[in-house]
Design a binder for this molecule. Sequence first.
Ligand code: RFL
Ligand code: PHB
Length: 406
Amino acid sequence: MRTQIGIIGAGPAGLMLSHLLHLQGIETIVIEKRSREEIESTIRAGVLEQGTVDLLNASGVGERMMKEGDIHQGIELQFKGKRHRINMQELTNGKKVTVYAQHEVIKDLVGARLQAGGKIIFNAEHVSLHDIDTGEPKIRFRKEGMNYEVACDFIAGCDGFHGPSRQAIPKILRNEKQKVYPFGWLGILTQTPPVNPELIYTNHERGFALISTRSPEVQRHYLQVDPNDDLKNWSGDRIWTELHARVDSEDGFKVKEGPIIQKNIVAMRSFVCETMQYGRLFIAGDAAHIVPPTGAKGLNLAISDVYVLSNGLVQFYQSGKKEILCRYSEICLRRIWKAQRFSNWMTTILHRDVNHSSYEYQVQLAELDYVTSSNAASTSLAENYVGLPLEIPDNNSIIFSESLLV
Ligand code: RFL
Ligand code: PHB
């Protein structure tokens, strides 16, 4: 098989890249290790930045998101039992976020690619990268007992944190930086009506909690737990008792209980690989960086990386110029480090660290007090939460999206 761009991974990064390139007449093959059913049902992110929403709309895959997604103009921060609203829309000249589940974005993108005749190979095994430092890199894999090879002009490694793409870059060039947090998130999906019109991020002595949503019938909530804790220790009763203890507030506000239809525990880390390109391999999304979910940035960064990459590839095929491709890492990393800063900060001010002294806990509360009472500090939170703009050093970007470009 031969294609222009071989894409490893059908997550938000890989599928969006394939879609954006298709719109510019560039051919791709997406190679994914899981089944279509699995990728379309894995519960992950929920919050889409304004720029992500604009790009999904501008590229023609936003219709269902606009119907079923929930637009949020603000968030609430709760500490010492009281809620404080950050009016993001007012503080950012009208920007908002949209709550729309990641697996729904995946369904929309898979649907659009398949309808346009795009090639996605599901259930690929033993995916490996070859000759990435030559003019014709290759991807090999097995499927249903047969071996395959895809020769291409470039490879996009969009295979998440544990995929093989990043590992294909020589270790000495990777320059990896990471921080592991002593926190985990226990996430649940519950069948109840919405608890609150906006997300509530809670700092409580017993630990962080987050009230989020998915639809009028299903809600998504999270509790800070030990990252090594076992789900078996968390019965429905214990989860509700803990959510009530952390979130119910003095003004009579109470979390609504309902059947729990899904639960999982995820550990939290920050990670950046400080080259995102080697030879003809470009890595994007979680393959190159990870943020703790507190800032809701991971999926959004995956989309902004492939926005830059698609611009670079279009520039290359249309004019033979490699300016954007050569600066791919540099352009992406500027924005990635700011999202890293924000996610680390949100995580630090909201989680209870058992190693902290009472002095450090009071400083944390003072930080929350400052953020919710100073216009300058809440503006900073708001503009990062709705998403920072993306710089592309070329005015002829393929899909002009004002909120993405400065
Ligand atoms: P993905 O989504 O991990 O997709 C990678 C794909 O590659 C496939 N793959 C392989 N394919 C072929 N061969 C191999 N050897 C392969 N190995 C892996 C995988 O099967 C998969 O299909 O990476 P991508 O595209 O970079 O997207 C990143 C996002 O998924 C991630 O950053 C977000 O989910 C993070 N995140 C959030 N991000 C937000 O922007 N807003 C949020 O509200 C938000 N909330 C969250 C989150 C992540 C969470 N968890 C589960 C860590 C909430 C949580 C709880
Ligand atoms: C979610 O709804 O899954 C969600 C919301 C906000 C976050 C992280 C996850 O910061």
